[in-house]
Design a protein around this ligand. Structure first.
Ligand SMILES: [Ca+2]
Length: 552
């Protein structure tokens, strides 16, 4: 939100004063991050906001005044918060760090948003070429590169076994019904577009797709692509052009089109089928709304009743990690900068394997991997020399084998499962002892080995060797033995509440957690973060699987 000029004196006429509480220093000072504000602009906004708050100070002596009650906390806190934001933004190193955080967050949101559009674009297990075109335009608008989009689409299609449908095939069936293309006059205006029935004409459908793209202006190539899309929907070239013009004019008038909920809703009435078009228009799936997050002991007790632990077909117990809220990260002295700011995080229930995947288990999936076993390792040692990509394939294989959805845990799921609710340092609590975890102890000969501790092993150890090191949820070996691949890549913590957060999965900094037999104690802390390129394989990186709970 930019600073209005002049700044309204009345806080009821201007919401920007509330920004002083924001975690984002740009927002605190009502600066537009995109415009890369100069030092002078930063100083100027800071000065104006301080003056605004100063003028309100007399309210402190009028406790019954409604304005005083509205601004209450800000009267004390805002000046310091604004000054802090100014100091941070005027320090080039700090500002670079803030910028990277803001960009990461924007990218996370863009990827998330793109994922929703992708989900919406899939119809009856298929992705039509025209919908894919539209997706690229949407993603471009969100600031994603073509390569990023292609990777996400390809990965999703593979993962969910979605077929690509070449151009024209399904839509020519609609066009061949003999129905005359709807005249442009019947095109629903954006205001009338929300009525589901109104979207069932080709022109209405085309208009809906244009609003979905959110695009403001079109290059020639984009216009061609959209025209093709309109023609594939059964419009003549001229009609498609007319609808595009009508859409662009509505955008210029500042109309925003259907609200997102309406844009993404299922058109309830498919176009009237005729004998020439036996297949009704495929139904569009609405994006399911995430269930409201519930954090209560009662809810957890209900989950435990509903989702008992089970043993998977590989013989590993899968333990329920009930839903809950924990503080992700650490602000203790031993914590690294990337563990901060500590961020309240809500997680829905899931199952996590009690131990990492072992050699014998992995070799059921890839028998050739046996040749990569370490000389010291038997069937029960955790598998090593596996890349994040191989770990993901193993999860797909196990999902098919059991008809359940297995995957690597997200970093947030991993940390929550490792330390529970009470902010402990290690899965078992505080203090590192040899009976709790396998790390660089007296048995190993690294310069950093702890000579006074004996954990019983010089290299990896069979899984289940340290039951005393279990987390509050009963999962073992979260600390030490092998680093464990997570699903997502490194992002900065936002410092505010997130629910089931998931970082990008296609980056180069894929998270590993938990430390290994080669690690110092600090790396075994439940909040410690590390990352590797996803193609890395090493003698101290393995993984464990989680399985999702289908929530109704
Ligand atoms: Ca050891």
């Amino acid at each position: 939100m930019a600073l209005p000029n002049p700044v309204p004196d009345n806080p009821l006429k201007w919401n920007g004063w509330k920004n002083y509480t924001s975690n984002n220093p740009y927002e605190r000072l009502c600066l537009d991050f995109e415009s890369n504000p100069s030092a002078e602009q930063i100083e100027e906004n800071w000065r104006q906001l301080l003056v605004w708050w100063q003028k309100k100070l007399p309210l402190k002596n009028q406790p019954s005044n409604p304005m005083a009650q509205l601004l209450r906390l800000g009267l004390d806190e805002a000046p310091a918060k604004l000054t802090e934001a100014r100091t941070l933004l005027l320090d080039p190193a700090k500002r670079a760090e803030i910028d990277s955080g803001v960009l990461n967050k924007a990218r996370e949101q863009a990827l998330d948003e793109f994922g929703k559009f992708l989900e919406f674009s899939v119809t009856s297990g298929s992705l039509h070429a025209e919908e894919e075109d539209s997706l690229y335009l949407t993603g471009e608008k969100l600031g994603l590169s073509r390569q990023e989009m292609e990777q996400i689409i390809d990965a999703t299609l593979t993962e969910k076994k979605i077929k690509r449908v070449p151009r024209h095939l399904p839509f020519t069936a609609v066009a061949s019904t003999g129905t005359a293309p709807a005249p442009a006059a019947e095109t629903p205006t954006p205001a009338s577009a929300p009525a589901p029935g109104a979207q069932s004409t080709p022109a209405g459908e085309f208009m809906r797709m244009l609003w979905l793209s959110g695009i403001d202006e079109l290059t020639d190539d984009q216009r061609d692509a959209f025209c093709n899309m309109g023609e594939a929907l059964g419009l003549s070239g001229g009609d498609a052009e007319d609808v595009i013009d009508e859409y662009l004019e509505a955008r210029m008038r500042g109309e925003t089109g259907p609200t997102p909920a309406t844009r993404l809703a299922t058109p309830a009435t498919p176009s009237t089928p005729t004998a020439a078009a036996p297949a009704p228009a495929p139904e569009r799936r609405a994006i399911p709304r995430a269930p409201a997050f519930v954090d209560s002991p009662l809810h957890r007790a209900e989950e435990k009743r509903k989702y008992p632990p089970y043993t998977n077909t590989l013989g590993t117990p899968m333990l329920l990690i009930p839903s809950g809220t924990f503080r992700m990260g650490s602000d203790r002295a031993a914590a690294a900068a990337n563990e901060q700011p500590v961020s309240p995080t809500n997680l829905s229930a899931f199952y996590l394997a009690r131990w990492p995947v072992t050699n014998a288990q992995y070799e059921l999936f890839d028998p050739a991997h046996r040749s990569k076993r370490a000389p010291w390792a038997n069937d029960h040692h955790p598998v090593i020399y596996v890349t994040a990509i191989e770990a993901a394939r193993f999860c797909e294989w196990l999902s098919r084998r059991e008809n359940r959805r297995y995957r690597l845990p997200t970093e947030a799921e991993w940390e929550y499962a490792a330390r529970g609710f009470d902010g402990r340092t290690y899965p078992w609590g505080e203090g590192l002892a040899g009976h709790c975890a396998n790390f660089a102890d007296a048995n190993s000969r690294f310069p950093w080995s702890e000579p006074t501790v004996n954990d019983g092993f010089a290299e990896t150890c069979p899984v289940g060797s340290h039951p005393a090191g279990a987390s509050p949820f009963g999962v073992e070996e979260m600390a030490g033995n092998v680093w464990e691949w997570c699903l997502d890549c490194m992002t900065l913590y936002p410092g505010k509440v997130r629910t089931n957060p998931r970082g990008p999965t296609d980056g180069l900094k894929r998270i590993t957690r938990g430390g290994s037999w080669k690690s110092r104690p600090g790396s075994l802390r439940a909040s410690a973060r590390a990352f590797q390129t996803p193609g890395t394989f090493a003698n101290d990186i393995g993984f464990r699987v989680m399985s999702e709970i289908a929530r109704s």
